[in-house]
Ligand binder design. Structure first.
Ligand code: FRU
Length: 466
């Protein structure tokens, strides 16, 4: 199929999207107009403008040959659709323009992404370059890296940054022994790259088996250290951790750029909720490390989500700011989000005596004491005890109750609610739990327990994607 034909089909799909009231469509998170959205890609602030691209199948609520959609914003709150950025039209990307990143190459917005190609009996991957002009039009420059020797066709998700006036890239990879790795490359230009080696992965830096594939690596400096965010696939679930199908977490360490080695500490999960994967970060013009993730997990129960009947599936997380404190990453909601706050109420009472609150679009700041619980939209239970938090719901496929945990002393919670999602920030960003849920009517929170809670409650305004 030619690029023009693919574009036409995408456009048609957008035009034909179901209209009408969709109570699960987020009011202030990003979601696809139609079809399936997964990873955030090409997140960057350039000349003051935020760009966020995304993995997108506009043709169906299914994975497949991905396009890159494009949103732009001046304030991280209100977004507009840019022209479709990438369509999988070339021989080097027949099965999708897979995830990647954006950089400013002397002021030119440049995208580095994976051209995914499947054959009858295997697959290969090309790392590709494309440039965007001010009008948002893309010129593809084609592949700049072919499949390195010693790896399966699972080599993807380039994240590029500049260090000491040279380009660097991390790539997610699987070697021929089915071990997940991160490869480090150096480039004098975005077109010529040299493989420096495996900088992290299973059977490196003190790790034993640690998954068969590492997706979506992101390497960045923070507070004189380097942080490697990565999504390992194939880790066995622990009793109260690593419970999603695939994990998304980070290592903190020190990168030796010359030796291509990264000495790091333990793997820590980024989010303890049900839905979180493939996050990407960027540095804001004012020096903040910003993160956005996909509020979904591949190969889990995504296709039981009811928005599929409305022609779309998945949302991004809210924008978050990262800091490194006491050897751990902290994630706080981006400070811009405070501008969404509208009517406020300050409440303090025994939990069971607190009023039921509308949480369709709301923020709750809670200072708890003792044991209590809250039920969101009659579907999602949050239980708070000495041990920490337990988030529970019925699995939409099996009907069985499933749980996620955050262990530690809970001193403060900030909960962001948007129609069909909640994101729980624990102890000023020490932990996060993100989850989708699909309430039957306008959702409320109902409180239970003898503990006294003080609750700051705001309704949040909508952000328009126009
Ligand atoms: C992660 C991922 C990436 C890949 C993309 C394809 O969710 O599998 O590794 O580039 O999605 O959509």
């Amino acid at each position: 199929m030619t690029e023009a034909q693919l574009l036409n089909r995408a456009l048609q799909a957008v035009m034909n999207r179901h209209t009408g009231e969709d109570p699960h469509r987020p009011a202030w998170h990003l979601s696809p107009q139609v079809g399936l959205m997964n990873d955030p890609n090409g997140f960057i602030q350039l000349a003051g403008v935020w760009h966020l691209f995304y993995q997108w199948n506009p043709l169906a609520c299914a994975h497949g040959a991905k396009f890159w959609g494009h949103w732009r914003s001046d304030n991280l709150l209100d977004w507009s659709h840019g022209p479709l950025a990438l369509a999988p039209a070339e021989a080097y990307e027949t099965h999708g323009c897979y995830s990647g990143s954006a950089v400013s190459d002397n002021g030119t917005l440049s995208l580095i992404y994976t051209g995914n190609v499947k054959f009858k009996d295997g697959r290969t991957a090309w790392q590709c370059l494309a440039r965007i002009n001010a009008a948002g039009e893309v010129t593809k420059a084609g592949p700049v890296i072919s499949l390195p020797e010693g790896y399966s066709g699972h080599v993807r998700d380039p994240k590029v940054w500049r260090h000491n006036d040279v380009w660097y890239m991390v790539l997610g990879a699987q070697n021929l022994a089915r071990q997940g790795k991160v490869l480090l490359y150096r480039g004098q230009t975005l077109q010529e790259w040299t493989l420096l080696g495996e900088m992290a992965g299973a059977h490196l830096n003190g790790l034993a088996d640690f998954g068969y594939m590492w997706e979506c690596p992101d390497l960045f400096p923070l507070d004189n250290k380097e942080v490697l965010i990565v999504c390992p696939q194939g880790l066995a679930a622990q009793e109260k951790a690593w419970l999603n199908t695939y994990q998304s977490g980070y290592f903190i360490g020190k990168l030796d750029y010359e030796a291509a080695s990264f000495r790091h500490g333990d793997f820590a999960e980024l989010d303890h909720g049900f839905e979180f994967y493939a996050p990407q970060t960027t540095l804001s013009d004012d020096g903040r490390r910003m993160l956005v993730g996909w509020m979904g997990v591949p190969d889990e129960d995504e296709f039981y989500q009811p928005t599929i009947s409305q022609g779309w599936i998945h949302t991004m997380t809210c924008l978050r700011e990262l800091t490194l404190e006491q050897g751990r990453l902290r994630q706080r909601p981006a400070r811009e989000l405070q501008q969404l706050r509208q009517q406020h109420a300050g409440l303090q009472n025994v939990a069971a005596l607190l009023p039921e609150l509308a949480i369709g679009q709301a923020e709750l700041k809670i200072v708890p004491t003792g044991n209590w619980s809250a039920c969101f939209g009659n579907l999602l239970w949050l239980r708070c005890s000495e041990e920490g938090l337990q988030l529970s719901r019925r699995n939409r496929r099996s009907g069985e109750t499933e749980h996620r945990y955050w262990q530690g002393k809970v001193m403060a919670l900030e909960i962001l609610c948007d129609r069909s999602s909640i994101e729980i920030f624990i102890n000023d960003g020490e932990g996060v739990m993100s989850a989708r849920y699909f309430p039957a009517g306008p959702p409320t929170v109902v409180w239970h327990g003898e503990a006294t809670l003080s609750v700051d409650y705001w309704q949040l305004r909508s952000c328009m994607v126009v």
